[in-house]
Ligand binder design. Structure first.
Ligand code: C2O
Ligand code: CU
Ligand code: CU
Length: 455
């Protein structure tokens, strides 16, 4: 019997991310490069890869003309490392740096992005993947990342400067007209017959919700938001991924050399489009049939105690066609017209968030005692989709529309459709202020943002 390889000792990875203007070739050679804002000159920024238990020490240097701060989406970091300006740190001034240092408690697919004026900094190109490998990764032929981003370009491939306009904010957010995989509008993605690929899908778009269909293939989902799930084919064969969500899928290359199969984004059936073609290239890697998809070991997340959990009602309201609506901004109750005049359209429990600096002084949505369980009964009173995200925690989605779910996935971001409701359960983690917001970045900016205080 072969002996097991010794588990590698935890490592410290030191790296530097410089946020600065740069140029990127997003679309074909026929177009000029696009002026972007990028980490280390590239969109997406460098993929950070480490192993569960390792530590990162990342110096973020700000060479933008405005402040920033970087958030490590999904990583259970100490509160002071969470990257939310005013709430957890001072914003990083132009020319200044900040050192983030934290351990990686959970394996999975994560990402990083600024949390300062996110509605502009993220879609200008500031985002990258953060991959935390398992202690014993499952056997696959290739482990690949697709960072999906969505750009609104003019006919010279220039980013339109209409970030945070009121129409995007009050409707479905800044949808672009150009979708890229790892920073370029790909025509083809190569596969070899017989290979098994672990594909880590990361939605870094501000607003676009994907529903990916892999024609002629049967992807199997093995993790959502980094957390292992019982391997399963996605409902209707479509991998739905709202902004900030991740899905790890196993893609078995069941096609033949020379085959071409499209990957379609059909979230909006009237505007379905081909994202990329899977193209079979070269000799088959092997002939053998594929075994069952690998299962990932679960991360050690604290299990909520539903019998003891305190329950909280959370209502999302506002937006166009949302019905009558009044909400409080900076202590004053305003009607939709007055709110719109101040660039605000959305509320959580009747409170409209101002920017982070004002928000930091506002009352938390709720206060939880560290280590105690809570159930948030979230209702979407609006006519729009909202990917709901909580920082610093994973929660189980335990019910939809009041009915208990059979499969209660762990998530850090969950998509709530118009007029839907869902219950999520969690154990309050590290003490501090943790953001809770819609990850359609224009909605967040438009007021759909709150924080939870853990004491
Ligand atoms: Cu992706 Cu508030 O975060
Ligand atoms: Cu986050
Ligand atoms: Cu939203």
């Amino acid at each position: 019997m072969a002996s097991l390889p010794a588990r590698a000792a935890p490592r410290l990875h030191e790296l530097k991310l410089v946020a600065a203007p740069a140029q990127a070739k997003l679309v074909g050679e026929k177009f000029p490069s696009t002026d972007v804002w990028a980490f280390n000159g590239a969109v997406p920024g460098p993929t950070i890869r480490a192993r569960v238990g390792d530590k990162l020490r990342i110096t973020v240097e700000n060479k933008l003309a405005e402040e920033t701060a970087v958030h490590w989406h999904g990583i259970r970091v100490p509160n002071a490392m969470d990257g939310v300006p005013y709430l957890t740190q001072k914003p990083i001034a132009p020319g200044a740096s900040f050192v983030y240092e934290f351990a990686l408690p959970d394996a999975g697919s994560y990402w990083y992005h600024p949390h300062h004026r996110s509605f502009e900094q993220v879609p200008r190109g500031l985002h990258g993947a953060l991959i935390v490998e398992e202690a014993e990764p499952p056997k696959v032929d290739r482990d690949e990342v697709w960072v999906l981003a969505d750009w609104r370009l003019d006919d010279q491939a220039k980013l339109t400067a209409d970030f945070g306009n009121f129409r995007d904010m009050s409707h479905d957010g800044r949808l672009g007209n150009t979708v890229t995989i790892n920073g370029s509008e790909a025509e083809e993605w190569r596969l070899r017959a017989g290979e098994r690929v672990r594909l880590r899908l990361i939605n870094a778009a501000s607003a676009r919700i994907f529903a990916l269909e892999f024609k002629d293939h049967k992807p199997v989902v093995i993790a959502l938001d980094g957390q292992a799930v019982e391997p399963r084919e996605p409902a209707g064969g479509r991998v739905v991924l709202s902004p900030a969500e991740r899905a790890d899928i196993i893609l078995d290359a069941v096609g033949k050399p020379g085959q071409r199969s499209s990957v379609i984004d059909a979230f909006d059936p009237r505007a379905a489009y081909r994202l990329v073609d899977l193209v079979y290239d070269g000799a088959p890697l092997r002939q053998a049939a594929f075994g069952p998809p690998p299962r990932l070991a679960a991360n050690a997340l604290p299990e909520p105690d539903l019998a003891q959990a305190e329950r909280f009602a959370v209502r999302f309201s506002g937006g166009m066609m949302g019905g009558p609506f009044e909400a409080v901004l900076d202590g004053t109750t305003l009607d939709p017209r007055a709110l719109a005049g101040r660039g605000k359209f959305w509320a959580i429990n009747g409170i409209v968030a101002g920017d982070h600096s004002a928000h930091a002084h506002g009352a938390p949505l709720l206060t939880l005692k560290r280590g105690t369980s809570a159930v948030l009964q979230i209702a979407n009173d609006t006519a729009w989709h909202h990917p709901v995200h909580l920082h610093g925690h994973f929660f189980r989605v335990i019910a939809e529309g009041g009915a208990a779910l059979k499969t209660q996935d762990w998530r850090d971001t969950v998509l709530m459709g118009p007029k839907e409701s869902m219950d999520i359960a969690l154990v309050a983690g590290e003490s501090g202020l943790w953001m809770f917001h819609c990850h359609i970045l224009d909605h967040q900016q438009g007021g759909m943002m709150a924080h939870i205080r853990v004491v």
